[in-house]
Design a protein around this ligand. Structure first.
Ligand code: OOG
Ligand code: NI
Length: 450
């Protein structure tokens, strides 16, 4: 028995695979989705053999095979703080702050994910993690009731708490501890068909906002979807019905482009599942679904501002209901967003990773960043998009709405409150732009050795 410590990247890899297994058993359509993505990615790579350059191909293919994100919704600050410690065991840090109250959803969120390039390549597993904002529940009695119900539950097993503490003290977990950690941590994310409230309480919370019922009424924050990464989301959207899966009406996010940007997502609608309440009544709850996504270039703040502006204009000029017309509408709206890598780079709209052309060298007297543009022009230095690893709040809100029913939102659309979120979390969230800028900068430093 070895006492050697297992790297956090390896713990995350084991955990994300175990979670995917669990979710395939719980929600079989997710398994079908994985199969569709695998098949369509293989078709895509066949048609586009130069998608990944030779030197990174094996690593990128492995990453694609294991890549997925999930989402959970937590009820209390204490739950969020422990969740941060649990994810830290797996090398995942809170990145970004997302305010969903603007979309009428009473939560704010972060994404726990690995941040270094090496870690991302091993397994970029991310979990979009939302915290219920009690203060946005306007009905005081209901708010108090929700608070009391949440106070009584413990979403972590005693053993997982011990293993988190063990990891903090010893600086890691052994192989045996890691296997135990995966089993114990998974318990927090599994589905419970027994609610921890009566049917009447469930209905009262549901009436106020479906999401409040989803967070408050159960024994744990069931993982509500897992999302594999496709290289061609339009194709997957088209073929889903052939596999007996009905996709949501439109693909969220930017339109299809020569140089894909940010994140495009689609999902299938949540299942309606049988629930037993503590008063022996039974009923139905819809929460769990499946989603797919296609990732593209990470935008700079300037690129992101342009994206947000065009998205706003597109939705102001009317939303289209079927995907084909929605996509045409979006393509027209995004006509002003440059769509070739060189323009995106020179206008500083996106982040890029720079390399020397294989076999090329820079003449000694030219080794300076001042010559970057000339070296690019001479094709001595080449560049490729840095992939967006984060989320889009508007898409997130769209996914929330389509799965919770966009009936009504009985919450005041509050202001973002990053400070309150960070105080619940117990630390600051990492700024996502700084991470992309650092990757770009490291690639330049590698070339110019400055
Ligand atoms: C989270 C939705 C956010 C995404 O892909 O944008 C998300 C939720 O429904 O809890 O996962
Ligand atoms: Ni998602």
């Amino acid at each position: 028995m070895s006492n050697e410590l297992i790297a956090p990247d390896e713990i995350r890899d084991r955990f994300s695979k175990a979670m995917s297994q669990m979710y395939q058993q719980e929600v079989p359509q997710y398994g079908t989705l994985l199969q569709i993505v695998k098949e369509t990615n293989a078709v895509y790579l066949n048609q586009h053999p130069s998608t990944f350059s030779q030197d990174v191909k094996a690593a990128e293919l492995n990453r694609l095979e294991v890549e997925r994100h999930g989402a959970i919704r937590l009820g209390t600050a204490a739950e969020l703080a422990t969740m941060k410690d649990l994810f830290a065991v797996m090398g995942m840090s809170p990145v970004g702050y997302y305010d969903l109250s603007a979309a009428g959803v009473p939560v704010h969120s972060t994404a726990f994910r690995p941040i270094s390039e090496d870690s991302l390549r091993i397994n970029p597993f991310r979990v979009f993690t939302s915290l219920l904002r009690m203060e946005l529940i306007e009905n005081e009695t209901l708010r108090e009731q929700a608070r009391q119900i949440l106070e009584q539950r413990d979403i972590f097993s005693p053993r997982v708490r011990e293993l988190i503490a063990q990891q903090q003290q010893a600086g890691g977990l052994t192989d045996a501890e890691t296997n135990e950690f995966v089993i114990e941590a998974l318990k927090t994310f599994r589905w419970h068909s027994e609610a921890q409230v009566s049917l009447a309480t469930y209905n009262a919370l549901l009436d106020h906002h479906r999401l409040i019922a989803d967070v408050v009424c159960f024994k744990g924050p069931h993982i509500n979807h897992l999302t594999p990464r496709t290289l061609d989301i339009d194709l997957v959207q088209r073929v889903m019905p052939d596999y007996g899966i009905t996709p949501k009406e439109v693909i969220e996010g930017p339109p299809r482009r020569q140089v894909p940007i940010l994140l495009r997502q689609t999902s299938f609608k949540a299942l309606s599942e049988q629930i037993r309440f503590i008063d022996e009544h039974s009923g139905k709850h819809t929460a769990r679904f499946g989603e797919i996504e296609q990732r593209g270039l990470a935008l700079t703040p300037k690129g992101r501002a342009l994206y947000d502006q065009l998205l706003l204009q597109a939705s102001a000029s009317g939303n289209k209901l079927d995907n084909d017309s929605h996509q045409r509408h979006m393509e027209a709206a995004f006509a002003d967003f440059p769509d070739d890598a060189e323009q995106l780079r020179s206008k500083e709209l996106g982040y890029f990773r720079y390399h020397l052309t294989p076999g090329a060298t820079i003449p000694e007297h030219n080794v300076s960043r001042d010559n970057l543009e000339d070296l690019i022009h001479a094709r001595v230095v080449i560049f490729e998009p840095i992939i967006y690893e984060d989320f889009l709040p508007v898409s997130a809100a769209g996914i929330f709405q389509s799965n919770l029913g966009s009936d009504k939102s009985a919450v005041s659309s509050g202001n973002p409150n990053q400070q309150a979120f960070e105080s619940a979390l117990g630390c600051k969230v990492v700024n996502e732009f700084s991470l992309y800028a650092a990757i770009q900068e490291a690639s330049l430093r590698h070339i110019f050795d400055d």
